[in-house]
Design a protein around this ligand. Structure first.
Ligand code: ZN
Length: 183
């Protein structure tokens, strides 16, 4: 759960990061940035700010803004019925972005959230520069973290069904609850 104040702060930080990256946001989009704490209640350590630009039955394009050292928890995109699962390409735009995938453990720049070592099992570190991109096929476990400058990246994918994503951390709840958010 996050508070309305946390949600507002994180939204503002995400808008600042996106604009500083040289991207354009319409006024109506600024208020639509989703703040996700993944139900873990420690937004600065584990979370993401996500703006959906396109979402159709077949395609999704999102902007992901991470505040400094914020980690988007380890997950993968499973098969759903006849759909083989979401295929996703993450393209780094600005800031520092570390991506973790299967492979020999090389983590050096990233910082696994304290006490969560067993929930971040992918330790092969890719340090992306702006313009670098990586494609994840369905079932590939991955997680991301921003460095000290935060990060902005695009996510291009087949249609996103975020609530069906699978996370290593069993405590993850994909739908963020905002305290007092129903008013
Ligand atoms: Zn993903």
């Amino acid at each position: 759960m996050i508070t309305e104040a946390e949600q507002r702060r994180a939204q503002a930080a995400a808008v600042d990061l996106i604009l500083a990256a040289g991207l354009i946001l319409r006024d109506d989009e600024r208020g639509r940035v989703e703040v996700a704490d993944f139900g873990l209640g420690s937004l600065e350590a584990e979370g993401a700010q996500i703006l959906t630009l396109v979402q159709t039955e077949r395609l999704a394009v999102k902007l992901i803004a991470l505040t400094p050292w914020q980690a988007l928890p380890e997950h993968w995109h499973p098969r759903v019925g006849d759909d083989p699962g979401k295929e996703e390409t993450v393209r780094h735009v600005a800031g520092d972005l570390f991506v973790y995938v299967d492979g020999p453990p090389t983590i050096a720049r990233g910082r696994v959230p304290t006490g969560k070592e067993h929930l971040y099992t992918m330790r092969h570190e890719l340090v992306l520069a702006p313009g670098d991109q990586r494609t994840f096929t369905p079932g590939d476990k991955h997680w991301f973290q921003a460095g000290e400058r935060g990060a902005v990246a695009y996510s291009f994918s087949t249609t996103a069904r975020d609530v069906l994503d699978q996370f290593t951390d069993p405590d993850v709840q994909r739908v963020t609850v905002v305290a007092g958010g129903d008013r």
